[in-house]
Design a protein around this ligand. Structure first.
Ligand SMILES: [Zn+2]
Length: 515
């Protein structure tokens, strides 16, 4: 979950401690851009660089060289040189025009698009997408609270589910064969209240998995995922998105594992008793003693240690401590988009050393610096106009505040974010960590619809693979990204758990560990 009142959009919701109703800020309008910007991006990337001729200044203008009093031989030499250079320039211009024409005709009729698409269909049919993060359970709670256990997920045209980013028809179209359903609850909930709300979210995800046995089946291992995929179905796995959901009890964590939870993110958007978050002021300087005990227990259980959302110090310490490879269930590359939620290059190298994986998030604010900046400005403007109970230029006058915000938006259009930019994150991770350490972590239905054009829903995964194939990726590389890397990380985690089977159970409390 990237937003939905969770990460940055509305801190008051996170801190209110109010009863969990799945509240989230007003949805930002989704933009339905065409493919034009993506095409522009590709065109920019593909336009060949024509080397400039080495022309000295002034040589093109003989009059400048024929200065009064200059030696006639020099004038002649300069004129001859000017002629030669002019001819060279003409040649360059013709060449550049030819190359540009070839490039633009390549864009106008891209490499047999139908052939490329059928290649991707073949790759993803053999190795379906295993996505690291989808917030459908929280979206259902927010948008359809009266139908939590009955909602029609088929994706039939008339179904209200189609306003979300996930339904069965689109999962199939997107070649999804494994999905970690996030069972997120707000970070403001702790203790018994957090455990109850988490169990309800687990019940929602398990509920729809059981209601559609032809489509879904619960998976507990890499072998289960492969078997379910072979039967043509989608493997359901669960991810707890924050250590606050344990209710301070390692015993509760073990029971989550029993219910199908296969990863836990150590923090959400705030520091907690396990570790510092990337989006909070550092307090613990990484993991706490309790957090370290939790990582050890996760290794013992065979639960993936997820370090999305945590501070860079927490990332480094968890990677060093964990005996199993760690995952980033939904994060991007910080060198590409400077958001603290993204993974710095030194950490990417550590991920590779310990054989982990970064599953790339599609949320526009983590993909694009421009969008991230625009989003922060929008939040600031919104607060400036109307932030009850004390502040705001138009405090208590919502109509004036709304009109002022509309004027600001008209003057500051939302930056366009493209599928190609997500591919840039993936390629950066491959460049720094290697092809074995990248995967998919879309965050669909946790991002208020703010996804790049071409990646608007779970149906659109193939578009990203087409983009990478156009950049020269082989079928093997695409298959690794789709799911093979995640399966390897799960198998290693399971092997570590098997080695640790003889470690006795414990349930140390936060207090015990901070004595
Ligand atoms: Zn998240």
């Amino acid at each position: 979950m990237a937003r939905r009142g969770r990460e940055s959009a509305n801190p008051s919701l996170l801190n209110s401690g109010a009863q969990y109703t799945g509240s989230r800020p007003k949805l930002l309008h989704r933009r339905n851009h065409g493919a034009a910007a993506g095409l522009r991006h590709r065109r920019l990337r593909r336009t060949p660089q024509v080397p400039r001729p080495a022309v000295r200044e002034g040589a093109l203008e003989p009059g400048k060289s024929a200065r009064r009093g200059a030696c006639p031989r020099l004038i002649l030499a300069n004129s001859t040189r000017a002629l030669v250079v002019t001819k060279q320039l003409q040649t360059w211009t013709i060449l550049a025009t030819l190359i540009a024409a070839m490039a633009s005709s390549a864009v106008a009729a891209p490499v047999d698009d139908a052939a490329m698409r059928s290649r991707i269909e073949r790759v993803l049919s053999a190795t379906p997408v295993i996505d690291g993060h989808n917030d459908l359970p929280a979206a259902l709670r927010h948008d359809f609270p009266d139908q939590l256990w009955t909602m029609d997920l088929s994706g039939a045209a008339a179904s209200p589910i189609t306003k979300l980013q996930t339904d069965i028809a689109r999962l199939k179209k997107g070649h999804v064969g494994g999905q970690f359903w996030s069972v997120w609850i707000p970070g403001s909930m702790t203790g018994a209240e957090a455990v109850k709300a988490t169990l309800e979210q687990i019940d929602i995800a398990r509920g729809f998995t059981e209601r559609y046995p032809q489509t879904f089946a619960m998976a507990g291992s890499a072998a289960d995922i492969e078997q379910i995929q072979k039967s043509g179905r989608i493997a359901s796995l669960l991810g707890v998105e924050g250590g606050h959901q344990m209710g301070s009890s390692i015993s509760v964590l073990r029971q989550y594992y029993g219910l199908g939870v296969r990863y836990m993110t150590l923090t959400h958007t705030s520091n907690n008793e396990l570790a510092d978050s990337a989006t909070d002021n550092p307090v613990h300087k990484g993991l706490t003693p309790f957090g370290r005990a939790v990582v050890e227990e996760m290794n013992r259980l065979g639960m993936l240690v997820d370090v999305s959302h945590v501070s860079p110090d927490s990332m480094r310490q968890a990677i060093a401590l964990s005996r199993a490879p760690v995952i980033f269930s939904h994060s991007g590359a910080r060198a590409v988009c400077e958001h603290p939620r993204n993974v710095p290059d030194d950490v990417l190298k550590l991920v590779a050393e310990r054989d982990g994986i970064v599953m790339v998030n599609f949320y526009s604010g983590y993909v694009s610096n421009d969008f991230n900046r625009w989003s922060a400005d929008l939040a600031a403007e919104t607060a400036r106009y109307n932030s009850p109970p004390y502040d705001g230029i138009y405090i208590g006058q919502p109509d004036l505040a709304a009109a002022a915000l509309a004027r600001w938006k008209a003057a500051h259009p939302k930056p366009v974010v493209t599928t190609a930019q997500v591919a840039d994150h993936i390629e950066h991770i491959v460049k720094v960590a290697g092809i074995d350490h990248v995967g998919m972590g879309s965050d669909f239905d946790g991002i208020d619809g703010e996804a790049p054009e071409g990646l608007q829903s779970v149906a659109d995964f193939p578009n990203l693979f087409v983009e990478l194939a156009r950049r020269g990726w082989s079928d093997d590389m695409l298959a690794q990204l789709a799911g093979r890397n995640l399966l390897r990380v799960m198998r290693k985690t399971e092997a570590v758990a098997a080695d640790l089977k003889s470690v006795p159970l414990g349930n140390p409390s936060v207090a015990d560990l901070t004595k």
